[in-house]
Structure formats: structure tokens, C-alpha cells
Design a protein around this ligand. Structure first.
Ligand SMILES: *Cc1c(COP(=O)(O)O)cnc(C)c1O
Length: 464
């Protein structure tokens, strides 16, 4: 393990946060229909809902924002971003978009339609939704090690390549519109994917002539784990590893709100312009329809500037060591307290095993949502369910799906909270764990939208 690194930055601007009482929080969560997305952020003491767009930007990013060129077409800020992204990822064509799901919305209708399938190590929720919005079907090939939550294995985010090949044969290669590798594997606990697994997946895609797409929101964190845990790459720099990872895919989609360290932004890339002229034309047309002109892609010049700096600054090894170190600090305290989580901790969050904490609460009463609500009541900590509640209903039968996992995700925003905040979080988990058997029932949904229900659904506690 690398040595611990304290914050490799000092704090220049502060944002005060409000502390509420238990009575206030009980009232607030009820008014929010027990959906944490309905809470106001000012009512959350420590907001671990997501690491997406919540990072603290650097003085260099803010300085660049002042230099932004807000021209509609061909701005300096656009050119700077394209140059930087081409340099870092090694791709010929780079398309900025306003966030990750915009890249999905632009790309997937080009690759997918009714009758097609898309296969992934694990689809992220919006990525799955955008596959299904094209009337294609999304299939996960989760690596067996991922399911053994408490078993400390490296690269738990990997694709199950044997299963991938079986699925390609089952559906026939011509019906597989794309294979998507999510790095790091968000839904499986921010777990990394090794280069050898990326390479193996790439070879399978080449063999069957299937486009290989990286869903690369956390490319820098994934590269850090490769350097740490994949012996062949021990002496590679983080930028070298990033180049190598991307070299095996044909395209990438990216929510830049994660390792891009911006509040809004996304990217889409095509590795070679050669032989892909038609694909790039389609991407441009889709972008113009949905995101605005190709040289801004739904972003202001200021956003393009902040992104051109952020995609590079997250490659700093001291920053990455500090960031993963924050999660390892929490993990050590959880081990001491006997609280189970997806182990080892991944890059952007601690995924608490709510099934282990509430073994008596069935999946259809949403144990991970139970823990999320308890964390809010206990200490004003906002987290989210990554389990059956988030997964939703089967698009064919309309029945609640039982998720492989019932995780409550503590996503850690980049460079925002200190070790003292993390101590508050761990103490809250310990307190809840002590009274877990007294929390007998979970929640039922009283209203839900058809797609991505967890953002908007209303819930109530089951009392009888
Ligand atoms: C966040 C995320 C997305 C969606 O990106 P948004 O910027 O939230 O639209 C897609 N895939 C993965 C793996 C993500 O983490």
C-alpha cells in the first residue's frame, strides 16, 4: 500500500454548512417522501449523495474561467479543450457534451435499436436507461469476484469475459450493438478494471467485429488502481496508463463531472477518424440536435475552460493517493467496527453492504434505502441506494427486480470534506449498526415514474 498522503492542497474559500436537530431531520425526510433526492442541500450536513459535479475546483481552473471565449463557433476555449483531450486520451475525434448521459443520448441511437443488445461489465443507471430508450436491451456480465462483497480481491470491476463471449454467441454477434466497459465500475462499488481485462474484452470485440466503448467517468482513479495493483504497470506514470487503457477501445463516453473535476461537462471520443467518417458525421448531427453546435456541446466557454484543466489535474499521483487514502481511512475504521462494505474500497465511494446490516429486510423493502434514510436522520448525512430501489422494474414484465447487491453509497466529493467529516460519518454508521435489529421494516413506493425512478419516486415507511 502506498504511504498515506494528507491533503495535497490548502483551503482558500470556505462554504459554511448548517447543523440540524434530529426532530428537524425527521420532519424534513418525511416531507421529502423519504427520497433523499428531494431534500434541499442546505438541510444536509455532509452531502455524500454523489461525487458527480460536486468537486472543489482549483485556482487554475478558476483562473481559466476568466479567460473563457464565449463565441458560438470555433472558440479558443473549445480548441484548448480538444487539444488537451486529444493529448491525454490519444483519440482523433473529441466531442464535448453537457454531461455523461448526453454522450449516451448522442451515441447510443447510432449503435443500437430494437432487437439489439448492449453488453457491459455493469451498466450505470443512466447508461442502462439510454440503452433501453433505443429499445435495445442492456446486459451485465459481472465478474464473479464482484459478488463476494467481503472478499478482498483486486479488480472486482472486471468484465466476466467468458460470460461476455457466451452472451455474444447467444444473441449472435450481429445483434450486439456495442460492448461497454465502465471504468471504474460504478454500480459494482467503484471497483477498478485491469488493463489485461480491457485488452481481453477488446480482443473479443475485435473477433466478433463489435464496437468497444469505454464509459470512462473515473479514468484517473482506474489508472491509479492499475499502477498500484497490476504489476506490469507499476513503473508507468498515470498519464501513460490512461493512454494505454484508452488505446484498446474504439470510442469513449465520459461524464466529466467525476474525474474531470468540473461541475458540469462530458466528452465523447472516437479513437480513429480513419474509416469512421460516417460515425463522426452522425455524432455531429446528433450533437447539434440535442446539445447545440459541435464547438460547445451544451457547455459555456467557461465550462470548456474548467474542463480543459480538470481532465489533466486529476492525473496527479499525489492527489490520487490522497483521494483513495480518504476511502481507505474510512474502510479501516469500518473493519474495526465490523461493518461490511464492498471490499477493498474503490475509487469514489464506500459502498456499505446494507443486506448485511439489515438481513431481515427483504429486497422489495429496499434495505439500502433504509440505511440511507437512517444516516440522514442520525447525522444529516445524505447518501443513496445502489440496490433494488435504484434498479427498478423489469422493462418487459414491470416486476421489481432483485438486485445482486443492496449497497448504500457514500460517494466522496473531490477535495471537499476533511478527515473530521469522515469521522462523523463513521460514527453515524456505528450508531445505526448498533440499533439495526430494532429497525424491523423497510419502505414501499407510493408513486414512481417509468424511467430512472429513484430520482423522483415517493416512498412511505411500512408499519404493519
Ligand atoms: C455519472 C456517470 C454517468 C452519467 O453521467 P452524468 O454526467 O451524470 O450524466 C454514466 N456512466 C457512469 C459510469 C457514471 O459514473
Amino acid at each position: 500500500m502506498d504511504k498515506y498522503i494528507a491533503e495535497p492542497f490548502k483551503i482558500k474559500v470556505v462554504e459554511p454548512i448548517k447543523i440540524t436537530t434530529l426532530e428537524e431531520r425527521e420532519k424534513l425526510i418525511k416531507e421529502a417522501n423519504y427520497n433523499l433526492f428531494n431534500l434541499n442541500s442546505e438541510d444536509c450536513y455532509i452531502d455524500l449523495l454523489t461525487d458527480s459535479g460536486t468537486g472543489a475546483m482549483s485556482q487554475l481552473q478558476w483562473a481559466h474561467i476568466m479567460q473563457a471565449d464565449e463565441s458560438y463557433a470555433g472558440s479558443k476555449s473549445y480548441n484548448r479543450l480538444i487539444d488537451k483531450a486529444q493529448e491525454i486520451f490519444g483519440y482523433d475525434y473529441i466531442q464535448p457534451v453537457h454531461q455523461g448521459r448526453a454522450a449516451e443520448k448522442v451515441l447510443f441511437p447510432v449503435l443500437l435499436k430494437k432487437g439489439k443488445v448492449a453488453i457491459s461489465n455493469t451498466f450505470f443507471d443512466t447508461t442502462r436507461a439510454h440503452v433501453e430508450l433505443t429499445d435495445a436491451r442492456a446486459i451485465d456480465c459481472i465478474h464473479p469476484s464482484t459478488k463476494k462483497i467481503q472478499e478482498n480481491t483486486k479488480f472486482k470491476g472486471n468484465m466476466n469475459t467468458e460470460e461476455l463471449e457466451n452472451m455474444i454467441k447467444h444473441y449472435q454477434a450481429s445483434n450486439v450493438g456495442c460492448v461497454v466497459m465502465t471504468i471504474t465500475n460504478n454500480s459494482a462499488g467503484g471497483q477498478p478494471v485491469s488493463i489485461s481485462n480491457i485488452q481481453e474484452t477488446s480482443n473479443i470485440c475485435k473477433k466478433y467485429n463489435i464496437p468497444f466503448v469505454l464509459d470512462a467517468a473515473r479514468y484517473a482513479e482506474n489508472a491509479y488502481f492499475i499502477k498500484r495493483d497490476e504489476p506490469k504497470y507499476k513503473d508507468f506514470s498515470i498519464p501513460e496508463i490512461v493512454k494505454e487503457m484508452f488505446s484498446y477501445a474504439d470510442m469513449f463516453i465520459m461524464s466529466a463531472k467525476k474525474d474531470g473535476i468540473v461541475n458540469i461537462g462530458g466528452l465523447l471520443g472516437v479513437r480513429t477518424a480513419e474509416n469512421n467518417a460516417e460515425l463522426i458525421e452522425q455524432i455531429k448531427s446528433q450533437t447539434i440536435s440535442y446539445e447545440g453546435f459541435i464547438s460547445y456541446g451544451g457547455l459555456s466557454g467557461r465550462d470548456l475552460e474548467a474542463l480543459s484543466v480538470g481532465i489533466e489535474s486529476s492525473l496527479d499521483i499525489n492527489y490520487l493517493t490522497y483521494r483513495v487514502g480518504q476511502l481507505e481511512y474510512v474502510a479501516k475504521l469500518l473493519d474495526e467496527a465490523g461493518i461490511a462494505y464492498q471490499s477493498p474500497v474503490g475509487g469514489h465511494g464506500i459502498f456499505i453492504d446494507a443486506k448485511a446490516m439489515f438481513p431481515h429486510i427483504p429486497y422489495h423493502e429496499f434495505p439500502a434505502q433504509v440505511l440511507a434514510i437512517e444516516l440522514y436522520k442520525e447525522a444529516g448525512i445524505r447518501t443513496c441506494d445502489i440496490g433494488s430501489y435504484m434498479l427498478g422494474n423489469d422493462p418487459d414484465t414491470g416486476e421489481q427486480i432483485e438486485s445482486e447487491f443492496e449497497f448504500t453509497r457514500l460517494a466522496i466529493p473531490r477535495m471537499v470534506y476533511t478527515k473530521a467529516h469522515l469521522d462523523v460519518v463513521v460514527q453515524a454508521l456505528i450508531n445505526i449498526n448498533k440499533r439495526a435489529n430494532k429497525i424491523e421494516r423497510g419502505y414501499r413506493i407510493t408513486w414512481e415514474p417509468k424511467v430512472l425512478r429513484h430520482f423522483q419516486a415517493k416512498l412511505e415507511p411500512i408499519n404493519e
